[in-house]
Design a protein around this ligand. Structure first.
Ligand code: FDA
Length: 399
């Protein structure tokens, strides 16, 4: 049996960060993963350039049943800290949009940095390896892991196996199953940052618009669970995608509607009435100044107004109703594209069962949960990796 101070299961973003920091603090660390190729989610993230953090990361950008839980870890490992780490390896980066930072060349740079940091901490690797069983309270250490590569004993056990999205690259329910088996509560998981789908009947008029993209205001939910964003929306064959929809999907629960403002910041009804009094244009031509032309045409069809109708010939009440529909397009999603297409998991190990400063389970000394396995879900835009880094560092410093 091999003995370590810390065993980390899951060599993704949070696990590699945790293992590296603990190793560099002098702990004997072993890092295990069932995948042959590690860091796959980092590799595919941000279109291959990894949106590795967000300059504005703050608790308000995270969803959790316990919204203050993430505060301590995020305050103690900030976006600046991660930028400093990348810069110490001369990794070039740039800001794309609203504080979102991407690698200049490739997300491989982030994987390379994390592996090098693990090497600097003399971390031992075991992968691909399966962990069959974990026993508590052995003679040699708090935890004994039975694996394909033999037994491993460790006083600290960090679970960093991530969430359920994208099973084909190694996602599993390991963290949730372990928590449940050891009586640690779990907030029911659901797909988040995921495209929304509609019934065939509701989507039939819009299916031909696949590929159309437009900046919109989009909102759903109420109270603490209200999400509202001004971001791009993308129409697809089955429904809606694009950053605005991914953001709102994290707040959406069936059967709630979502409301879309196709002309955010403008009063469409007032502008249509003003245009009626000053112009002799056709409705569809005017709408095409405001919306992508294909959408403008379908919009007139759905409203039951002939595309060649002149504004001057339309009653005021029709224009007001059209304006209201443009500012408040209400849709009822039928569901989401699910784990195959989700970027993150909402829910996870219930944070009320964990220490917010160390990620240690209150009922099981020496056991830590970090990263996406925990009920902390960030917005789109680098917030989820920042949580992975920060929660990994919090556990590493404590264990
Ligand atoms: P992560 O999933 O990174 O790692 C978990 C590790 O555990 C994996 O290596 C897996 O093989 C291993 N594992 C799982 N089950 C196991 C088991 N039973 N035994 C052993 N090992 C096991 N976020 C962001 O901030 N910016 C971005 O640009 C993107 N882009 C993005 C694109 C796509 C397509 C997806 C799917 C996701 C993103 N994300 C993102 C989200 C981000 O990838 C995610 O939040 C982090 O990778 C979570 O880090 P973790 O370390 O918690 O899990």
């Amino acid at each position: 049996m091999e003995k370590f101070d810390m065993a980390v299961i899951g060599a993704g973003a949070a696990g590699m960060m945790c293992a590296a920091v603990a190793g560099q603090a002098g702990r004997r660390v072993v890092l295990l993963d069932h995948a042959a190729k590690i860091g796959e989610k980092i590799r595919i993230s941000g279109g291959g350039r990894c949106n590795f953090t967000n300059l504005h990361a703050a608790p308000a950008h995270y969803l959790s049943e316990n919204p203050h839980f993430c505060r301590s870890a995020l305050a103690r490992y900030t976006p600046r800290d991660f930028i400093g780490l990348l810069e110490s390896y001369r990794v070039g980066w740039h800001e794309k949009h609203r504080g979102q930072l991407f690698c200049d060349v490739s997300s491989e740079s982030v994987i390379h940095v994390l592996k090098a940091e693990c090497d600097a901490g003399r971390v031992s690797w075991r992968h691909p390896v399966r962990v069959h069983d974990i026993a508590r309270g052995g003679a040699q250490a708090r935890f004994t892991l039975s694996t394909d590569a033999g037994a491993i004993a460790a006083d600290a056990l960090v679970i960093a196996t991530g969430g359920l999205p994208v099973p084909k690259i190694g996602a599993s329910d390991f963290a949730l199953a372990l928590a449940r088996a050891w009586d640690i509560p779990v907030v029911a998981p659901r797909a988040a940052l995921v495209p929304l789908t509609f019934s065939v009947a509701e989507w039939a008029p819009f299916a031909e618009l696949a590929g159309v993209s437009i900046e919109v205001g989009i909102q759903t939910g109420a109270g603490r669970e209200r999400g509202a964003f001004v971001e791009d929306l993308l129409l697809t064959h089955r429904g809606l995608s694009g950053p605005g929809v991914l953001q709102i999907s994290s707040y959406w629960t069936a059967p709630a509607p979502i409301d879309i403002d196709l002309l955010p910041g403008r009063d469409a009804g007032a502008e249509l009435l003003a245009a009626k009094s000053t112009s002799r244009r056709q409705l569809a031509t005017l709408l095409a100044d405001w919306l992508p032309a294909r959408l403008a045409g379908v919009w007139a069809d759905v409203a039951g107004v002939p595309r060649d109708a002149r504004l001057a010939d339309l009653p005021d009440r029709t224009l007001r109703a059209l304006g209201q529909a443009l500012n408040g397009w209400r849709l009822h999603p039928a569901g989401t594209e699910g784990w195959r297409k989700a970027e993150v998991m909402r829910g996870g190990v219930d944070t009320r069962a964990l220490s917010s400063s160390t990620m240690e389970a209150k009922s099981c000394p020496g056991l830590y949960f970090i990263g996406e396995a925990v009920d902390v879900t960030g917005w789109l835009g680098g917030y989820n990796f920042q949580w992975a880094w920060a929660s990994g560092v919090a556990a590493a410093r404590a264990a």
